[in-house]
Write a protein that binds this ligand. Sequence first.
Ligand code: OAD
Length: 232
Amino acid sequence: MKNLVILTGAGMSAESGISTFRDAGGLWDQYPVEQVATPEGYVANPQLVIQFYNERRKQLLQVKPNRGHELVAELEKYFNVTVITQNVDNLHERAGSSHVIHLHGELTKVTSTLQPNNPNYIKELKPEEFEVKIGDLAADGSQFRPFIVWFGESVPMIEKAIEYVETADVFLIIGTSLNVYPAAGLLNYVPRDVPVYLIDPKEVPIASDRKVYAIRKGASDGMEELKKILVR
Ligand code: OAD
């Protein structure tokens, strides 16, 4: 089977009812990104940051994968699929995708404030534990913080993501404005002769001379169309 590598962003989950970040009325319009998604914001007001991610976690229990997620999972019948997502929700997994790399962390996990990338301190929360409180401590005695890669922090999973991108036979981008690096730079690692598809209702500027086959639709309709192209 051929390798299909898929890079997804917030637009992938928009039809499930989760806001994107940069569209009008998006999450960063409602909450200042400096306050809720930077290490400095966390130091300044841990309570606010913990509460912000508690709310995102609560929302996870109210949403479900959309047709787009389901079609991404269905493509495993025809391809070795690797999903590289910037999303911190678990909708790809819940739709049945079996190989998902989370570049920006996962809402369902918390970690040590002192050593966020030490695997010994990362904990998967059960739904009944989704409400994290000040005073909930990691195994090293520090406050549990969200397992989220904030602005200004390194992206440890990028190396693994690059390895998969380099083996792609087909590359697909769904629902990302390609504003945030290093994720947006993954396109540069796609081998030269590999076809690149992009599903997004808006035009996404591409910072590369790559030829990209754009499908100007939402994730669900776009995936229906792409499936017809890829699976004949
Ligand atoms: P953005 O909010 O920047 O971009 C969302 C993209 O989804 C835009 O290009 C929209 O046109 C598109 N879109 C909207 N509705 C859609 C739909 N129904 N179907 C398909 N696409 C749709 O989100 P990201 O590019 O994912 O990081 O943002 C990247 C990172 O920036 C996020 O992971 C987050 C954020 O700050 C962290 O929180 C660390």
